[in-house]
Design a protein around this ligand. Structure first.
Ligand code: ADP
Ligand code: MG
Ligand code: MG
Ligand code: MG
Length: 396
Protein backbone atom coordinates (compact mmCIF):
# COMPACT_ATOMS: atom_id res chain seq x y z
CA UNK A 1 0.00 0.00 0.00
CA UNK A 2 1.62 3.32 -1.00
CA UNK A 3 2.13 5.76 1.86
CA UNK A 4 -0.62 8.03 3.04
CA UNK A 5 -1.14 9.78 6.35
CA UNK A 6 -3.45 7.75 8.58
CA UNK A 7 -6.38 9.15 10.51
CA UNK A 8 -8.61 7.25 12.92
CA UNK A 9 -10.90 5.98 10.17
CA UNK A 10 -8.19 4.82 7.74
CA UNK A 11 -6.25 3.24 10.63
CA UNK A 12 -9.36 1.22 11.56
CA UNK A 13 -9.55 -0.01 7.97
CA UNK A 14 -5.79 -0.76 7.82
CA UNK A 15 -6.07 -2.84 11.00
CA UNK A 16 -8.98 -4.90 9.64
CA UNK A 17 -6.64 -6.01 6.85
CA UNK A 18 -4.03 -7.25 9.35
CA UNK A 19 -5.70 -10.25 10.95
CA UNK A 20 -3.12 -11.02 13.65
CA UNK A 21 -3.16 -7.41 14.86
CA UNK A 22 -6.96 -7.27 14.69
CA UNK A 23 -7.16 -10.47 16.74
CA UNK A 24 -5.13 -8.84 19.53
CA UNK A 25 -7.91 -6.23 19.73
CA UNK A 26 -10.80 -8.72 19.47
CA UNK A 27 -14.43 -7.87 18.75
CA UNK A 28 -15.53 -6.09 15.59
CA UNK A 29 -13.71 -3.16 14.00
CA UNK A 30 -16.63 -0.85 14.74
CA UNK A 31 -16.16 -1.64 18.48
CA UNK A 32 -12.57 -0.41 18.55
CA UNK A 33 -11.93 2.92 20.27
CA UNK A 34 -9.20 4.87 18.47
CA UNK A 35 -7.70 8.06 19.84
CA UNK A 36 -4.72 10.15 18.86
CA UNK A 37 -2.22 10.74 21.68
CA UNK A 38 0.64 12.44 19.78
CA UNK A 39 2.58 14.74 22.08
CA UNK A 40 6.10 14.52 20.64
CA UNK A 41 7.55 16.88 18.06
CA UNK A 42 7.73 14.49 15.12
CA UNK A 43 5.14 11.75 14.69
CA UNK A 44 1.49 10.75 14.97
CA UNK A 45 0.61 8.19 17.63
CA UNK A 46 -2.77 6.42 18.04
CA UNK A 47 -4.01 4.13 20.79
CA UNK A 48 -6.49 1.51 19.62
CA UNK A 49 -8.56 -0.30 22.25
CA UNK A 50 -10.65 -3.40 21.57
CA UNK A 51 -12.46 -5.76 23.93
CA UNK A 52 -9.43 -8.11 24.17
CA UNK A 53 -6.47 -5.73 24.09
CA UNK A 54 -4.88 -2.46 22.98
CA UNK A 55 -2.33 -1.46 20.38
CA UNK A 56 -0.11 1.60 19.97
CA UNK A 57 0.30 2.70 16.33
CA UNK A 58 3.01 5.26 15.51
CA UNK A 59 3.34 6.70 12.00
CA UNK A 60 6.00 9.03 10.62
CA UNK A 61 4.76 12.16 8.85
CA UNK A 62 6.63 13.66 5.88
CA UNK A 63 7.35 16.71 8.04
CA UNK A 64 7.97 17.67 11.67
CA UNK A 65 4.56 17.29 13.39
CA UNK A 66 4.85 20.56 15.29
CA UNK A 67 6.41 22.46 12.33
CA UNK A 68 4.69 21.32 9.09
CA UNK A 69 6.93 23.58 6.96
CA UNK A 70 9.98 21.55 8.07
CA UNK A 71 10.25 18.44 5.84
CA UNK A 72 11.46 15.22 7.49
CA UNK A 73 12.16 11.88 5.77
CA UNK A 74 9.70 9.08 6.58
CA UNK A 75 12.60 6.62 6.97
CA UNK A 76 12.96 7.57 10.64
CA UNK A 77 10.27 4.98 11.43
CA UNK A 78 12.46 2.29 9.89
CA UNK A 79 15.34 3.23 12.20
CA UNK A 80 13.05 3.12 15.21
CA UNK A 81 11.92 -0.39 14.17
CA UNK A 82 15.53 -1.45 13.65
CA UNK A 83 16.52 -0.05 17.06
CA UNK A 84 13.69 -1.94 18.78
CA UNK A 85 14.70 -5.16 17.04
CA UNK A 86 18.43 -4.72 17.73
CA UNK A 87 17.92 -4.16 21.46
CA UNK A 88 14.72 -6.13 22.31
CA UNK A 89 16.38 -9.32 23.56
CA UNK A 90 18.89 -7.45 25.71
CA UNK A 91 16.48 -5.01 27.35
CA UNK A 92 13.24 -7.04 27.63
CA UNK A 93 10.86 -6.15 29.34
CA UNK A 94 12.07 -2.53 29.55
CA UNK A 95 10.73 -1.56 26.09
CA UNK A 96 7.34 -2.12 24.47
CA UNK A 97 7.22 -5.15 22.20
CA UNK A 98 7.18 -4.33 18.47
CA UNK A 99 4.43 -6.39 16.84
CA UNK A 100 4.67 -5.19 13.26
CA UNK A 101 6.47 -2.66 11.08
CA UNK A 102 4.90 -1.58 7.78
CA UNK A 103 7.71 -0.44 5.47
CA UNK A 104 5.43 1.34 3.03
CA UNK A 105 3.25 3.11 5.57
CA UNK A 106 6.23 3.91 7.85
CA UNK A 107 4.04 2.62 10.66
CA UNK A 108 5.05 0.83 13.87
CA UNK A 109 2.47 -1.24 15.72
CA UNK A 110 3.59 -2.01 19.23
CA UNK A 111 2.53 -3.04 22.71
CA UNK A 112 0.35 -0.37 24.25
CA UNK A 113 1.72 0.76 27.59
CA UNK A 114 -1.25 1.21 29.82
CA UNK A 115 -1.89 2.66 32.34
CA UNK A 116 1.65 4.01 31.99
CA UNK A 117 2.47 7.70 31.98
CA UNK A 118 5.30 9.65 30.39
CA UNK A 119 8.03 10.19 33.02
CA UNK A 120 8.29 13.94 32.37
CA UNK A 121 4.57 14.39 33.08
CA UNK A 122 4.79 12.16 36.16
CA UNK A 123 7.71 14.23 37.46
CA UNK A 124 5.86 17.47 36.85
CA UNK A 125 2.83 16.12 38.75
CA UNK A 126 5.23 14.86 41.43
CA UNK A 127 3.87 11.37 40.98
CA UNK A 128 6.79 9.17 39.86
CA UNK A 129 7.59 6.30 42.20
CA UNK A 130 11.22 6.92 43.29
CA UNK A 131 13.86 4.52 41.98
CA UNK A 132 12.90 4.62 38.28
CA UNK A 133 16.42 5.76 37.38
CA UNK A 134 17.86 2.39 38.43
CA UNK A 135 15.74 0.80 35.67
CA UNK A 136 17.02 3.34 33.16
CA UNK A 137 20.64 2.70 34.19
CA UNK A 138 20.08 -1.00 33.65
CA UNK A 139 18.39 -0.33 30.30
CA UNK A 140 21.31 1.75 29.03
CA UNK A 141 23.89 -0.81 30.24
CA UNK A 142 22.03 -3.69 28.57
CA UNK A 143 21.36 -1.93 25.27
CA UNK A 144 24.89 -0.61 24.81
CA UNK A 145 26.52 -3.80 26.03
CA UNK A 146 24.59 -5.85 23.48
CA UNK A 147 25.81 -3.62 20.67
CA UNK A 148 29.39 -2.83 21.75
CA UNK A 149 32.74 -3.90 20.30
CA UNK A 150 33.82 -5.31 23.69
CA UNK A 151 31.09 -7.91 23.83
CA UNK A 152 30.63 -8.85 20.16
CA UNK A 153 32.89 -9.73 17.23
CA UNK A 154 33.59 -6.61 15.17
CA UNK A 155 31.41 -7.91 12.35
CA UNK A 156 28.36 -7.25 14.55
CA UNK A 157 29.42 -3.61 15.04
CA UNK A 158 30.12 -3.23 11.33
CA UNK A 159 26.62 -4.47 10.52
CA UNK A 160 25.11 -2.01 13.02
CA UNK A 161 27.13 0.85 11.53
CA UNK A 162 25.73 -0.07 8.13
CA UNK A 163 22.14 -0.45 9.39
CA UNK A 164 22.07 2.89 11.19
CA UNK A 165 24.46 5.11 9.20
CA UNK A 166 21.57 6.23 6.97
CA UNK A 167 19.74 7.84 9.90
CA UNK A 168 21.29 11.14 8.88
CA UNK A 169 18.16 13.31 8.99
CA UNK A 170 17.69 12.71 12.70
CA UNK A 171 21.42 12.85 13.41
CA UNK A 172 21.33 16.26 11.66
CA UNK A 173 18.66 17.35 14.16
CA UNK A 174 20.95 16.33 17.03
CA UNK A 175 23.96 18.04 15.50
CA UNK A 176 22.02 21.26 14.90
CA UNK A 177 19.62 21.47 17.84
CA UNK A 178 21.81 20.04 20.61
CA UNK A 179 25.41 20.53 19.50
CA UNK A 180 25.35 23.81 17.57
CA UNK A 181 22.32 26.15 17.47
CA UNK A 182 22.13 27.12 21.17
CA UNK A 183 25.71 28.42 20.99
CA UNK A 184 25.11 30.87 18.14
CA UNK A 185 22.35 33.25 17.08
CA UNK A 186 20.05 31.08 14.96
CA UNK A 187 16.51 31.50 13.60
CA UNK A 188 15.48 28.13 15.06
CA UNK A 189 16.17 29.34 18.61
CA UNK A 190 13.03 30.89 20.10
CA UNK A 191 13.55 34.44 21.26
CA UNK A 192 14.92 34.39 24.80
CA UNK A 193 13.05 36.23 27.54
CA UNK A 194 14.41 39.75 28.07
CA UNK A 195 15.82 39.00 31.53
CA UNK A 196 17.95 36.19 30.08
CA UNK A 197 19.29 38.01 27.01
CA UNK A 198 22.65 38.96 28.50
CA UNK A 199 23.18 35.37 29.73
CA UNK A 200 22.49 34.06 26.23
CA UNK A 201 24.80 36.62 24.60
CA UNK A 202 27.60 35.75 27.03
CA UNK A 203 27.16 32.04 26.31
CA UNK A 204 27.20 32.67 22.57
CA UNK A 205 30.40 34.73 22.93
CA UNK A 206 32.16 32.25 25.24
CA UNK A 207 35.14 31.04 23.19
CA UNK A 208 36.50 28.47 25.70
CA UNK A 209 32.97 27.02 25.85
CA UNK A 210 32.80 26.70 22.07
CA UNK A 211 36.13 24.91 22.09
CA UNK A 212 34.80 22.40 24.65
CA UNK A 213 31.59 21.96 22.62
CA UNK A 214 33.86 21.17 19.66
CA UNK A 215 35.32 18.25 21.59
CA UNK A 216 31.79 16.92 22.24
CA UNK A 217 30.80 17.37 18.59
CA UNK A 218 33.78 15.23 17.69
CA UNK A 219 32.89 12.61 20.33
CA UNK A 220 29.28 12.43 19.13
CA UNK A 221 30.15 11.98 15.47
CA UNK A 222 33.28 9.83 15.70
CA UNK A 223 33.15 7.71 18.90
CA UNK A 224 31.07 4.79 17.59
CA UNK A 225 31.12 2.85 20.88
CA UNK A 226 27.67 1.25 20.78
CA UNK A 227 24.13 1.64 19.45
CA UNK A 228 22.53 4.61 21.19
CA UNK A 229 18.87 5.34 21.76
CA UNK A 230 19.81 8.88 20.82
CA UNK A 231 16.86 10.74 22.40
CA UNK A 232 16.77 9.46 25.96
CA UNK A 233 15.02 12.34 27.70
CA UNK A 234 12.28 12.02 30.32
CA UNK A 235 9.64 12.25 27.55
CA UNK A 236 11.01 9.01 26.00
CA UNK A 237 10.29 7.00 29.15
CA UNK A 238 6.90 5.72 30.32
CA UNK A 239 6.21 4.18 33.69
CA UNK A 240 3.56 2.76 35.94
CA UNK A 241 4.68 2.14 39.51
CA UNK A 242 7.97 0.22 39.13
CA UNK A 243 7.34 -0.84 35.51
CA UNK A 244 9.64 1.46 33.53
CA UNK A 245 9.80 1.38 29.71
CA UNK A 246 11.83 3.20 27.10
CA UNK A 247 10.08 4.33 23.90
CA UNK A 248 10.87 6.45 20.82
CA UNK A 249 14.21 5.13 19.52
CA UNK A 250 14.01 6.86 16.13
CA UNK A 251 17.26 8.81 16.74
CA UNK A 252 19.23 5.56 17.05
CA UNK A 253 22.84 5.81 15.89
CA UNK A 254 26.21 4.32 16.76
CA UNK A 255 27.83 6.81 19.13
CA UNK A 256 29.43 7.50 22.51
CA UNK A 257 27.69 5.71 25.40
CA UNK A 258 27.85 8.88 27.51
CA UNK A 259 25.41 10.52 25.09
CA UNK A 260 22.46 8.41 26.28
CA UNK A 261 23.57 8.79 29.92
CA UNK A 262 24.09 12.54 29.56
CA UNK A 263 20.74 13.28 27.93
CA UNK A 264 18.93 11.38 30.68
CA UNK A 265 20.85 13.04 33.52
CA UNK A 266 20.53 16.45 31.84
CA UNK A 267 16.74 16.15 31.94
CA UNK A 268 16.80 15.13 35.62
CA UNK A 269 19.12 18.04 36.42
CA UNK A 270 16.85 20.47 34.57
CA UNK A 271 13.95 19.24 36.63
CA UNK A 272 15.95 20.05 39.78
CA UNK A 273 16.63 23.58 38.44
CA UNK A 274 12.90 24.09 37.83
CA UNK A 275 11.87 22.55 41.16
CA UNK A 276 14.67 23.32 43.64
CA UNK A 277 12.73 21.73 46.52
CA UNK A 278 13.16 18.37 44.73
CA UNK A 279 16.98 18.54 44.61
CA UNK A 280 17.52 15.72 47.10
CA UNK A 281 15.11 13.48 45.24
CA UNK A 282 16.84 14.20 41.91
CA UNK A 283 20.28 13.71 43.44
CA UNK A 284 19.20 10.27 44.68
CA UNK A 285 17.86 9.38 41.21
CA UNK A 286 21.14 10.46 39.56
CA UNK A 287 23.13 8.30 41.98
CA UNK A 288 20.74 5.37 41.39
CA UNK A 289 21.14 5.74 37.61
CA UNK A 290 24.91 5.76 37.68
CA UNK A 291 25.33 2.94 40.16
CA UNK A 292 22.82 0.76 38.34
CA UNK A 293 24.42 1.54 34.96
CA UNK A 294 27.96 0.80 36.15
CA UNK A 295 27.02 -2.31 38.18
CA UNK A 296 25.11 -3.82 35.28
CA UNK A 297 27.78 -2.89 32.73
CA UNK A 298 30.55 -4.36 34.92
CA UNK A 299 28.57 -7.58 35.43
CA UNK A 300 27.82 -7.94 31.71
CA UNK A 301 31.40 -7.22 30.69
CA UNK A 302 32.85 -9.89 33.02
CA UNK A 303 32.51 -12.21 30.09
CA UNK A 304 34.19 -11.04 26.90
CA UNK A 305 33.13 -12.07 23.43
CA UNK A 306 34.44 -9.15 21.42
CA UNK A 307 37.69 -8.42 19.62
CA UNK A 308 38.36 -5.44 21.89
CA UNK A 309 40.22 -6.57 25.08
CA UNK A 310 40.46 -10.12 23.70
CA UNK A 311 44.03 -10.52 25.00
CA UNK A 312 43.44 -9.21 28.50
CA UNK A 313 43.40 -11.30 31.65
CA UNK A 314 40.88 -10.62 34.40
CA UNK A 315 42.99 -7.97 36.18
CA UNK A 316 43.65 -6.10 32.96
CA UNK A 317 40.00 -6.28 31.96
CA UNK A 318 39.03 -4.72 35.27
CA UNK A 319 41.50 -1.89 34.80
CA UNK A 320 40.45 -1.29 31.21
CA UNK A 321 36.80 -1.35 32.24
CA UNK A 322 37.29 1.19 35.03
CA UNK A 323 39.12 3.53 32.63
CA UNK A 324 36.36 3.03 30.08
CA UNK A 325 33.71 3.92 32.68
CA UNK A 326 35.61 7.10 33.63
CA UNK A 327 35.71 8.16 30.01
CA UNK A 328 31.97 7.41 29.67
CA UNK A 329 31.37 9.57 32.76
CA UNK A 330 33.35 12.45 31.23
CA UNK A 331 31.26 12.23 28.05
CA UNK A 332 28.14 11.99 30.24
CA UNK A 333 29.02 15.23 32.04
CA UNK A 334 29.59 17.07 28.76
CA UNK A 335 26.41 15.84 27.05
CA UNK A 336 24.44 16.49 30.23
CA UNK A 337 25.58 20.11 30.05
CA UNK A 338 24.66 20.37 26.35
CA UNK A 339 21.18 18.99 27.02
CA UNK A 340 20.57 21.42 29.89
CA UNK A 341 21.47 24.35 27.65
CA UNK A 342 19.58 23.29 24.56
CA UNK A 343 16.39 22.48 26.51
CA UNK A 344 16.58 25.96 28.06
CA UNK A 345 17.28 28.22 25.07
CA UNK A 346 17.05 25.95 22.00
CA UNK A 347 14.26 24.87 19.64
CA UNK A 348 12.75 22.11 21.82
CA UNK A 349 12.29 23.41 25.35
CA UNK A 350 10.73 21.50 28.22
CA UNK A 351 7.55 21.79 30.26
CA UNK A 352 9.42 21.35 33.57
CA UNK A 353 9.88 25.13 33.77
CA UNK A 354 6.10 25.52 34.13
CA UNK A 355 6.68 24.36 37.72
CA UNK A 356 8.26 27.73 38.55
CA UNK A 357 5.65 29.72 40.46
CA UNK A 358 6.66 33.19 39.17
CA UNK A 359 8.36 34.59 36.05
CA UNK A 360 11.29 35.63 38.28
CA UNK A 361 11.64 32.06 39.55
CA UNK A 362 11.57 30.84 35.96
CA UNK A 363 14.35 33.20 34.91
CA UNK A 364 16.38 32.10 37.92
CA UNK A 365 15.81 28.42 37.10
CA UNK A 366 16.84 28.93 33.48
CA UNK A 367 19.91 30.92 34.49
CA UNK A 368 20.93 28.14 36.84
CA UNK A 369 20.51 25.56 34.04
CA UNK A 370 22.65 27.67 31.68
CA UNK A 371 25.38 28.19 34.26
CA UNK A 372 25.40 24.56 35.32
CA UNK A 373 25.41 23.38 31.71
CA UNK A 374 28.39 25.57 30.85
CA UNK A 375 30.32 24.38 33.90
CA UNK A 376 29.67 20.75 32.98
CA UNK A 377 30.83 21.25 29.40
CA UNK A 378 33.96 23.17 30.41
CA UNK A 379 34.99 20.77 33.19
CA UNK A 380 33.83 17.45 31.72
CA UNK A 381 37.35 16.24 31.03
CA UNK A 382 38.41 16.72 34.69
CA UNK A 383 35.66 14.48 36.10
CA UNK A 384 36.92 11.30 37.82
CA UNK A 385 33.86 10.01 39.66
CA UNK A 386 30.17 10.72 40.14
CA UNK A 387 30.84 13.02 43.13
CA UNK A 388 32.69 15.35 40.76
CA UNK A 389 29.60 15.45 38.51
CA UNK A 390 27.31 16.08 41.48
CA UNK A 391 29.60 18.94 42.54
CA UNK A 392 29.35 20.50 39.07
CA UNK A 393 25.57 20.08 39.33
CA UNK A 394 25.71 21.66 42.82
CA UNK A 395 23.80 18.64 44.08
CA UNK A 396 26.38 17.48 46.63
P1 ADP B 1 7.52 11.24 18.95
O1 ADP B 1 8.58 10.52 18.19
O2 ADP B 1 6.64 12.06 18.09
O3 ADP B 1 8.09 12.02 20.11
P2 ADP B 1 6.74 9.18 20.88
O4 ADP B 1 7.24 7.82 20.50
O5 ADP B 1 7.49 9.90 21.93
O6 ADP B 1 6.57 10.08 19.56
O7 ADP B 1 5.23 9.02 21.32
C1 ADP B 1 4.41 10.15 21.57
C2 ADP B 1 3.48 9.86 22.73
O8 ADP B 1 2.67 8.72 22.44
C3 ADP B 1 4.21 9.47 24.01
O9 ADP B 1 4.59 10.61 24.74
C4 ADP B 1 3.17 8.65 24.73
O10 ADP B 1 2.24 9.51 25.37
C5 ADP B 1 2.46 7.93 23.60
N1 ADP B 1 3.05 6.60 23.36
C6 ADP B 1 4.14 6.31 22.61
N2 ADP B 1 4.40 4.98 22.60
C7 ADP B 1 3.45 4.41 23.38
C8 ADP B 1 3.14 3.05 23.76
N3 ADP B 1 3.89 2.02 23.33
N4 ADP B 1 2.07 2.85 24.55
C9 ADP B 1 1.30 3.89 24.97
N5 ADP B 1 1.52 5.18 24.63
C10 ADP B 1 2.57 5.45 23.85
MG1 MG C 1 9.01 11.35 21.75
MG1 MG D 1 6.48 12.38 24.13
MG1 MG E 1 10.58 10.77 18.66
Amino acid sequence: MPYFTLDTSSLRHWLTEHADLASRLGGNPEDWMIREVSDGNLNTVFIVAGPDGQLCCKQALPHVRVAPEWPMPLQRALYEARYMRATADAVRPAAPELYFYDEEMFLLVMECLTPHEVLRSALIRDDAQPGFSASIGQYVARSVHATSWISRPFEVGSKLLEEFSGNTALTRITVDLILTDPFRPCSRNPEAEAALLSDVTALQDNKPLHRAVGVLQDRFLTARQALLHGDLHTGSIMLHRDDVRVIDGEFATMGPIGFDCGLYLGNLALHACAAPHKQDFIRTEIIAFWSSFTNEFRALLKTGGGDVWALSDETQREELLENFLTSILQDTAGFCGLEMIRRTIGFAQVADYTLCPTPENRTQARRKALQTGQRLILDASTVQNLSDVLALLTLV
